[in-house]
Design a protein around this ligand. Structure first.
Ligand code: C2E
Ligand code: MG
Ligand code: MG
Length: 663
């Protein structure tokens, strides 16, 4: 949305800029044109007036010439009629001359023109009586020689003076016309310069705007292309580019008869880290994972991030038998711990691999198969898995299990097994952990790991937890009636922390059973609370207020943050069995167990160890001050019937091989 409005904003700004430039151009062109029109008008006026003036002056000039001719002709004419005709022509030319001069005088005149005309008038006035006298003499006197003399000496010089002035007038007008043309030319030239200047400026401005727009647009186009093809967080290829690359790779591999591999990877503990340490740390980790993956593969291989903590690697020219090599290479790249503020973070990953053309022959199925394999690897906790069609059958099996599970909860196909928890100091059974099993009509007994994740996926964890709580509390009542006052531990799932009704329903079940809340322990994992921290903490607070005991289960496996642990209203820590079972052989595990016990005690928490399989482990834990333990050494999880027998046997004094006793 933001991008679109930015584009609109820029479009509007460019549009406004363009309109301003266009308006300027139009205004400047109008000014230029106006200037040209003015110059034109001026030239037109000058040309029109000067043409008339030149015409009139020319008329005056030729009238003078005609009159001079008449003066020369008159003395040589002998016929009186001819003479009379010539005098009339002489006078007519005089009238033409006067008329032309008068017209000229009535026109708008420059100072110089007025001066010349005044000169002509004076000269004409002075010459008139003498010229007239000469003409009359030529008309009536026969003395030809005398007449010529007078013409030559008196009349002609006068006439020449006048003609000279008329010529000056003509010359002046010619000059004026020339000047007008010149000034028009200058005007045209300056307008032309102005217009070409403006044109060049407009072109420059237009080109700069266009350049700017092109740069901006191509920059944005590049950004959009990047957004469309690359993951903004890590800079790796995104799903879209990966798809293109896969299709391209299929083409090449088809042509060159090669095989290639697709590795889909999902981080194991990313969500916990992200929830506990915050999104900024999470983002940095995702970037670091991206960097490590890029360093692990060759330059021509593609690394993409599909979103969340899912990555895909497209490995060129790779055969299925190379799967372990590439998978181990990727896993060991992520094995090195990640560091954040002196804390080392261990993420872990699960990989699924699929191959072209051995298993799949199109991009979508390569990704789908790698995803199925990854899911299998994650479930099995074994790092990586290569796709095989029976995994698909298994995942289809999961689908049918999901639909059967709903029915199983309603029709009591589920049952609980109970594992005793023994107090180290008194060596007595103090509690039981209720562990669910599914007695499937076709598949037989199913362990919780096989169906709890499905119940989470299918949204069935609420009804399942409700059933377990109800059944476990009912069993506790029965045991109490038999004289065994035992604590009951029930496991909760991550999904339970999305259900704000959970405390109310625990409260109702406790009330219905009449069990004192302090004899109920609810086991949670840190990551389960962190899957929904705000609601999770509120739910825990309500349960705590109710007086229920809260225990952190599988402590040490997830991302354990001490600061965070202090904020949880828990009463007990359960050390994960993986540390306890290996404690005797593995010094590191022994250290972890010892420090967890100390840590818990320092925080005022009770410690339970899980997975005690040997007497040695039991003794070590007793020495370390562990409060209570559960494990195969003392008792496996067992059915109600077996449990009752076991409790009964444990209570017998002759049952001395046991280190513990029923209450
Ligand atoms: P958990 O809560 O950590 O339970 C302990 C698991 O360790 C049980 O596996 C138990 O059989 C096993 N175990 C006990 N002692 C030993 C030992 O000495 N050695 C070894 N190797 N294992 C030992 P189980 O019953 O398969 O349960 C697995 C997980 O399923 C449980 O881990 C718990 O997280 C979950 N689960 C079980 N019942 C329920 C339930 O009712 N609701 C929920 N949400 N989860 C459940
Ligand atoms: Mg448990
Ligand atoms: Mg556990």
């Amino acid at each position: 949305m933001k991008k679109i409005s930015q584009h609109r904003g820029m479009g509007a700004r460019i549009g406004i800029g363009f309109i301003i430039v266009l308006t300027l151009m139009v205004a400047l062109s109008a000014i230029g044109l106006r200037y040209v029109a003015d110059a034109n008008q001026r030239l037109k006026n000058i040309a029109q007036n000067n043409n008339v003036k030149i015409e009139l002056a020319t008329e005056m000039h030729s009238a003078l010439r005609e009159r001079a001719l008449s003066m020369h002709v008159l003395p040589i004419l002998s016929d009186p009629f001819d003479k009379d005709d010539e005098v009339q022509r002489f006078n007519a030319q005089g009238a033409i001359y006067i008329k032309a001069r008068n017209q000229l005088e009535s026109m708008p005149l420059s100072l110089q023109e007025s001066n010349i005309l005044a000169q002509i008038q004076t000269l004409t006035r002075e010459a008139q009586p003498e010229v007239q006298a000469v003409v009359e003499m030529a008309t009536f006197n026969d003395n030809e020689q005398e007449i010529f003399d007078r013409i030559r000496s008196i009349a002609m010089p006068r006439q020449r003076d006048i003609a000279a002035q008329v010529s000056a007038l003509l010359e002046l007008q010619r000059k004026q016309t020339e000047e007008a043309v010149q000034s028009a030319e200058i005007s045209y030239l300056s307008v032309r310069n102005l217009m070409s200047g403006l044109g060049a400026t407009a072109l420059l401005v237009g080109m700069s705007i266009a350049g700017f727009v092109i740069r901006r647009v191509s920059h944005q186009a590049r950004q959009l292309a990047d957004q469309a093809m690359f993951d903004p967080l890590t800079g790796l290829a995104n799903r879209c580019l990966l798809h293109d690359q896969l299709e391209h790779e299929i083409e090449i591999s088809k042509r060159e008869h090669q095989s290639f591999g697709v590795v889909l990877m999902d981080l194991d503990r990313f969500k916990e880290v992200n929830d506990t340490l915050g999104h900024d740390v999470g983002d940095e980790l995702l970037r670091e994972v991206g960097r490590r993956l890029k360093e692990t593969v060759r330059a021509e291989d593609t690394v993409a991030r599909l979103g969340g903590d899912e990555y895909v690697m497209l490995i060129h020219n790779l055969d299925p038998q190379d799967a372990p090599f590439i998978a181990n290479k990727v896993l060991s790249a992520l094995d090195k711990p990640f560091h954040w503020q002196n804390q080392s973070i261990d993420l872990g990953a699960s990989l699924g691999l699929s191959f072209y053309p051995a298993q799949c022959d199109d991009a979508s199925s390569l990704l789908r198969c790698a995803d199925i394999a990854m899911y299998v690897a994650k479930r099995a906790g074994k790092g990586y898995a290569l796709y095989s069609p029976d995994q698909e059958r298994a995942s289809r099996g999961d689908l049918s299990l999901k639909s059967e599970l709903r029915e199983a909860i309603q029709t009591d196909q589920l049952c609980l097994h109970y594992q005793p928890q023994i107090d180290h100091r008194s060596q007595r059974v103090v509690g039981l952990e209720a562990l669910v099993r599914w007695n499937h009509p076709q598949r037989g007994f199913l362990a919780p790991d096989a169906f709890i994740p499905l119940a989470e996926d299918a949204g069935l964890i609420g009804p399942l937890t409700h059933w377990v709580l109800k059944t476990a509390l009912a069993q506790q009542v029965v045991l109490q009636q038999q004289g065994y006052l035992l604590n009951m531990a029930v496991n909760l799932s991550a999904r339970n922390f999305h259900d704000m009704e959970l405390p109310a329903s625990v409260h109702r079940l406790l009330a219905e059973s009449g069990i004192d809340p302090k004899y109920l322990t609810l086991e949670i994992t840190e990551s389960a609370v962190m899957s929904n921290p705000i609601d999770g903490l509120a739910i825990l607070a309500e349960l705590d207020q109710m007086g229920v005991t809260l225990a952190i289960d599988d402590f040490g496996t997830g991302y354990s943050s001490l600061a965070y642990l202090k904020r949880l209203p828990v009463d007990e820590l359960k050390i994960d069995k993986s540390f306890v079972t290996d404690m005797e052989e593995n010094e590191n595990d022994a250290v972890i167990v010892r420090s967890t016990i100390d840590l818990a005690h320092n925080l005022g928490l009770k410690v339970t160890a899980e997975g005690v399989e040997t007497r040695g482990a039991w003794d070590t834990l007793s020495l370390l001050g562990c409060d209570q333990s559960q494990g195969y050494f003392m008792g496996r999880p067992m059915s109600v019937k077996k449990l009752e027998a076991w409790l009964h046997e444990s209570a017998q004094p002759e049952f001395s091989t046991r280190v513990f006793h029923a209450v």
